[in-house]
Design a protein around this ligand. Structure first.
Ligand code: FMN
Length: 158
């Protein structure tokens, strides 16, 4: 199996998750940071995984555009979708639906929610204001869910 993980990130937690996922995938797995690198021709891959992070209910516009532009090709592949996000109630599925085209969301063989992470020093002034208001704290933290990543890989590998 040849796997391709395409991700977007603002402060790096999705990149960390993508690297952890790569370690768990069987076969050759290429990782592409969509904002920095060119995506290879997706025709030559069996599994395509798209991952991003959520800000104000939406993921990065580059990821949403990639999914929209390549929708027909993606629908012919085994696709997995994942998000790094703070939401961990059932609302996470609604949020995920707002991040990807509906057909892709329905067709995806697995949807993963890999937790959230904040590195305070990396955050923009505006994001710091929001975090202080919501969390009442300036602490960095990491809630990356390794079990969820392992489960996601298992389903993609099967
Ligand atoms: C300003 C701000 C807004 C956020 N909005 C949401 C949100 O709407 N829903 C959610 O589930 N998580 C939200 N999060 C959590 C992020 O998705 C989470 O921190 C994620 O790990 C960031 O990943 P990144 O470093 O790869 O960009 C928000 C975080 C920040 C700092």
């Amino acid at each position: 199996m040849k796997n391709l993980i395409i991700f977007t990130t603002k402060y790096g937690s999705v990149e960390k998750s993508a690297n952890l996922l790569q370690e768990k995938m069987n076969g050759e797995t290429k990782i592409v940071n969509l904002k920095k690198e060119t995506v290879p021709n997706i025709d030559s891959f069996d599994n395509i995984i798209l991952g991003g992070s959520v800000y104000m209910g939406r993921t990065q516009k580059e990821l949403m555009k990639f999914a929209r532009v390549n929708l027909q090709k993606l629908l012919e592949k085994r696709v997995g979708l994942f998000l790094n996000c703070a939401e961990n109630t059932e609302k996470k599925y609604e949020q995920c639906k707002n991040c990807f085209p509906a057909e892709l969301y329905d067709k995806a063989i697995v949807k993963g929610f890999f937790g959230d992470e904040i590195t305070w020093e990396k955050c923009s002034f505006f994001h710091k204001l929001i975090i202080k208001k919501i969390k009442k704290s300036k602490e960095s933290y990491s809630n990356i869910d390794m079990e969820e990543i392992a489960k996601f890989a298992e389903q993609m590998n099967s």
